[in-house]
Design a protein around this ligand. Structure first.
Ligand SMILES: NC(=O)c1ccc[n+]([C@@H]2O[C@H](COP(=O)([O-])OP(=O)(O)OC[C@H]3O[C@@H](n4cnc5c(N)ncnc54)[C@H](OP(=O)(O)O)[C@@H]3O)[C@@H](O)[C@H]2O)c1
Length: 318
């Protein structure tokens, strides 16, 4: 597997990482489903252990994934597998912090909660989870994050942003070392709008939604997705879903076989040196085995030409 170096941590990981939202299990936020369906707790731990034992050593989670459940499962798997891994988790700002333009002392208590969930005394990366895209970082006081680094409670920090504008805002204003945003074959704007800054400032980039919420799937070449009411994807805009499916079918018609769709989509993400980790959300052992097989492929197998006539972003998100 190809290794990537993490600024601020002085560590390396494999570019093929693991997104832990999918294993969090059913939950909702303000009455809206926020999980990916039911997951057996022991199966999730076994899945994570199997990933760790097979060389996947970067894990992305968040406090918001079922009220710490994703962090607890990850912490238990790290304990059982006894492997050195890099962990990134996310903590959201409160309304008060946003209006007062300052991360409060209470943030430390929230970080302590993640430490407890993960069963550790140190977290590699803390990201501010989905702050407002237009937050004025120049006036916003986030000294607490620097204090946490000095106290060796965290290794480094950054932002996981909602929109592209928020991603540019965070990195232009030097908010830590790490940015997490969407990057996949049908959301290619990071190449032009983020990577030059990331490269120049030697920042870390975590590519989320590499399979476009699981819609990049050969299953949808000949059928349309239907999601259970407890799967958060049942709340996604139908128009966006059909745009992804149309793009996927175009890609398939360009000569990418159904069997190679996922492999090519993931090799696209890892092809760029600015990407430290691509964090596929994996729910089943079958998906993990497939992922492990892909992770052994060489990046040069990706054929950019086959993206011809496919859109590089969803126009309504411009
Ligand atoms: N704002 C944020 O900070 C934020 C937002 C979103 C995601 N994330 C992070 O990014 C991670 C991944 O992004 P994402 O949640 O958008 O999902 P994604 O990785 O784009 O898609 C995940 C889905 O892909 C499908 N899949 C995975 N491996 C597969 C395989 N080998 N074959 C066929 N299908 C496969 C599964 O779909 P099925 O369930 O349909 O089988 C899975 O649920 C999350 O786990 C989370 O850590 C962060």
């Amino acid at each position: 597997m190809k290794k990537r170096f993490w600024t601020g941590l002085n560590k390396e990981s494999n570019v093929f990482g693991f997104g832990c939202w999918q294993i969090a299990g059913n939950h909702s936020q303000n009455g809206i489903p926020n999980g990916w369906g039911n997951v057996d707790k022991n199966q999730a731990i076994d899945l994570l252990c199997h990933a760790m034992e097979n060389g996947i050593n970067f894990y992305d989670t968040a406090q918001g994934y079922n009220f710490g459940q994703s962090e607890r499962l990850l912490g238990e798997a790290i304990k059982q597998a006894k492997k050195e891994v890099i962990v990134c988790t996310k903590v959201a700002l409160t309304e008060k912090e946003i209006s007062q333009k300052k991360i409060g002392e209470n943030f430390k208590t929230r970080v302590s909660q993640s430490l407890e969930n993960l069963n550790t005394s140190y977290i590699d990366i803390i990201l501010i989870h989905n702050p407002p895209d237009d937050l004025n970082w120049k006036e916003f006081n986030y000294d607490i994050l620097k204090e946490l680094i000095e106290a060796k409670i965290i290794g480094t920090y950054g932002v996981s942003s909602k929109g592209l504008k928020g991603a540019i805002n965070a990195i232009e204003n030097n908010v830590g070392t790490t940015l997490e945003w969407i990057f996949n074959i049908f959301e290619r704007r990071p190449i032009k709008d983020l990577f030059p800054i990331i490269y120049a400032k030697k920042l870390n980039f975590i590519a989320r939604s590499p399979l476009s919420r699981g819609l990049i799937n050969p299953l949808y070449i000949n059928s349309n997705p239907i999601f259970d009411s407890n799967d958060f994807r049942s709340t996604l805009q139908e128009e966006w879903i059909s745009w992804v499916i149309t793009s996927l079918r175009t890609y398939n018609n360009n000569g990418i076989s159904e069997a190679d769709l996922i492999k090519n989509a993931l090799l696209f993400c890892s092809y760029f040196n600015e990407v430290n980790a691509t964090i596929v959300g994996i729910k089943t052992i079958k998906q993990l085995e497939h992922y492990l097989e892909i992770s052994k492929s060489v990046e040069s197998l990706f054929d950019m030409g086959k993206l011809l006539n496919t859109p590089d972003f969803y126009p309504k998100w411009a």
